[in-house]
Structure formats: C-alpha cells, structure tokens
Ligand binder design. Structure first.
Ligand SMILES: [Zn+2]
Length: 425
C-alpha cells in the first residue's frame, strides 16, 4: 500500500513537473538601459549603462568588453559581486577593457550592473570614421562603444535615451524609435545581441508593408532594387518560415558609408549605399543586391546559432539557401542555376560543415546551401518547405535541433544521411 502510494505520488509529481515544463514561459531576457549624452562636435559620449543581467545569462567567467578608448568611472554590480577590469587586445575588435564579474555564489535573481563611462565614439585609428562623423553615426558591436558580454552572444532587450543626436540626423534603429530635437529614444522589447544605431543627415524614408528603407537617394537604382525585392522577399520569407519574429517593421538603412559589407541584426539591415560602385557599373545585375537583401532578411529567423561554433551553418548556410530560394522565386530557375554554378566551384575545397569548430567561409556560404538544395531534391519541395516552416517557428540553436526536425518531417534515415553529409570533407 505504501509502495503504491509512493508510486502514485511519484507519478503525480512526474505529471505536475511535465505540465509545469510545458507551461514554463520563456525566461525574461536581460535588459540594457543606456542613458547618455553625445557632444555633437567631438562625438564624445558620456553614458550610464544599467544592465539587468538575468541569472540564466550569468555564465562561467562572465565578463563585459568595452573599447579601451573609454574611461570607465564606475562599474559595480552590488553586494556579492566583485568587478575587476583588465586590458585586452582582441583582434579584430582591437584594444578593449575587460570587466570581469566574480560572484560569491551563483545568482538566482537578476544582477544589476552599473557602468559609467565616457570617451569618443570614433576610435582614433578608424580612418573611415563610420562610428562618428558629421555625415554619419553608425554604431554596432564592432565599434566596441557599448559593453557586451565577452562571448558576444548575450541577447538583451533595450531602452536608450541619448542626448546630442542633433535634429538634422535621421536615426534608424530597431524597435520603437523617437527622435525629438537632439534626444533619441529607443524602446526595443525583443532581444538581440547588439544595439545597432545609424544616424545620418539627409536620409529619406520609404515605407512599404512591414518594411522601411532609409537612404540619401531613394531613386538610386540600388535603392529601387531594395524597395522592390525587400518587400517581396519579406513576404516570401513569412510565407515559408512563419510570421516575422520581431515587433514592428524591418528596417533597411543604406548607410552613406564607403566601406564594409552589409550586415543584419533582427529586423535591421545596414548596407553601404553603393553610390560609387553604381557609378562604375550602371548596368549591374539586380539579382546580386536582391540576393544580399534576401540573405540578410532571413537572419530574422536564422540567427540562433553560436558564431564561434560548428553550429553556425544554421545561421549562414540557412540564410544563403533562403536567399537562393528567393532568387528562384523572383528571377526564375535559370538565374538560380547561375548562382549555383558559382557555388559548386567555390565549394570544392571548402572543408566540412561540421568539424568541431566554425566552418570555413566557403563551407558556410557555398557548400552548406548546396547540401540543402541536395536535401530538397531528395525529400521533395513540399517536405523541405514543411521543414522550413517548423524551423522558422522554433529557430535551431544547434545542429541536433535541425536533425530532429528533419527526422520528424522526412524520417530518421534521411536525417542520419544528411548529418553524414555535413561531416563529410
Ligand atoms: Zn549572413
């Protein structure tokens, strides 16, 4: 009887635990509140950053990195946490200060980290001055202007209150953006691992369904491509991967910078405006920038993999495959084939996708998408699209997530075979 009761209790416990696990909400993400002032002439920023660091985001050796050009006046995280700082040279990010957090014991509640710091947004050795000049302010993780966790992958929600962003600049960021006078405020209630801000005088705005595009010249041939294919690619992606997982429109900013390739954060793309290249090649193929836009957009779904690990193909190969699917949709199979021919050539000596570390560029962008097209050929387009729909609604963090979904859609043998292909050199 006792045994039966114990068993019943154990079963009841198991059931409640399972129910609790099913009902468990996503943990609250960590939050950044940045309040600061920029001196418009010099681009020197004085800031107070309050990071509400959730317990699940406290990792072994939790540390934050900030450009060494900033003077840190205060860094504390309350009782029970020791904050120390040390210099660190970390190419390509450059010279940094590493703020290390030592916890007396592992926190079970949010840790509030205050960092007061000041310094020039633009690094002294930055000849392009994209971070800060009279023509452009373009801030992102690479500019080391904002303390980020040292693995660069802490995702956080954000509120920003920055003074000194002069009224002549048009500001573009994620989430809700308000710019009144010289005060820029941002409220972003979805988590991302960066806080990109572009603010440049003279940007004009194009508004389409779920999309905004900013550029100095909305009528330039490149921006026209962004407008047409931005709208179409976004609709295509949402049909295939599920609803756009960000709140508000996605934004493309054609930044008046001269250098640097396009990059994406969630619902945010920055591309150089290509003004010089277009002058040199006025007869450019619109499929090329369309492919870039489609690739970057799809990162709103394909973002969750650790960039330092072998799982990173889940971001880049998936984005490139998605982009090629869009090229086929918008320009036809013959155009897709011209892209694939180049990819086959470039993929030859790429090395494997899965090799215990981040794959080579050629493996990520050329071989990976080709393997996905092979998979599509094998299981058929209907099953492939079903798989994309499953993954898009629950973005894969590790290769096992992908294989599990593939196994459910197309069978275990297909998943095993695909994994072998990912490992093959
Ligand atoms: Zn990418």
């Amino acid at each position: 009887m006792r045994a039966v009761r114990a068993l019943a209790a154990a079963l009841l416990l198991a059931v409640t635990t399972a129910a609790a696990a099913m009902a468990a909400p996503e943990p609250t993400p960590s939050h950044y509140y940045l309040k600061g002032t920029i001196q418009p002439k010099t681009g020197v920023m004085t800031a107070r950053l309050t990071i509400t660091l959730q317990p699940q985001d406290v990792v072994d050796d939790t540390a934050f990195l900030l450009g060494a050009r900033f003077n840190i006046r205060r860094a504390d995280a309350g009782p029970g946490v020791k904050v120390t700082s040390e210099p660190l040279d970390l190419p390509p990010l450059g010279k940094l200060t590493r703020l290390k957090l030592a916890f007396a014991k592992r926190p079970t509640r949010p840790v509030i980290l205050h960092i007061d710091y000041a310094g020039p947004l633009r690094a002294a050795d930055d000849p392009d001055g994209n971070a800060y000049s009279a023509k452009l302010m373009e801030l992102r993780l690479e500019e080391t202007w904002l303390p980020v966790r040292s693995d660069l992958s802490l995702a956080f929600t954000a509120d920003v209150d920055l003074k000194g962003v002069t009224a002549d600049r048009v500001a573009v960021a994620q989430g809700q953006v308000s710019h009144r006078g010289d005060r820029l405020r941002i409220h972003r209630d979805f988590a991302d691992s960066d806080l990109p801000i572009v603010a440049a005088p003279g940007l004009k705005k194009f508004v389409g369904p779920d999309i905004e595009i900013y550029a100095l010249d909305l009528d330039s041939p490149l921006i026209r491509v962004f407008e047409k294919h931005g709208v179409q690619a976004l609709a295509f992606d949402q049909k295939l991967f599920g609803p756009l997982p960000v709140d508000g429109p996605v934004r493309i900013v054609a930044s008046p910078r001269t250098k640097g390739s396009a990059y994406a954060r969630k619902g945010f793309i920055s591309s150089s405006d290509g003004a010089d290249e277009i002058k040199a090649h006025p007869d450019f193929d619109p499929a090329t920038p369309a492919a870039t836009i489609a690739h970057e957009f799809s990162h709103a779904w394909w973002w969750a993999a650790d960039p330092f690990s072998e799982n990173y193909w889940l971001a880049e190969s998936m984005a490139e495959y998605s982009s090629m699917r869009y090229i086929e949709h918008a320009f036809g199979p013959a155009k897709l084939e011209t892209f694939l021919v180049k990819k086959r050539k470039a993929a030859k000596d790429s090395g494997p996708i899965l090799a215990g570390k981040r794959a080579t560029r050629a493996a990520l962008y050329q071989r990976g998408p080709l393997l996905l097209f092979d998979l599509q050929e094998k299981i058929g387009r209907a099953k492939m699209d079903e798989l994309l729909g499953v993954l898009g609604r629950d973005p894969p963090h590790v290769t096992g997530d992908f294989l599990q979904a593939l196994s459910a859609v197309a069978g275990e043998d297909v998943a095993k075979d695909f994994e072998a292909k990912l490992r093959a050199s």
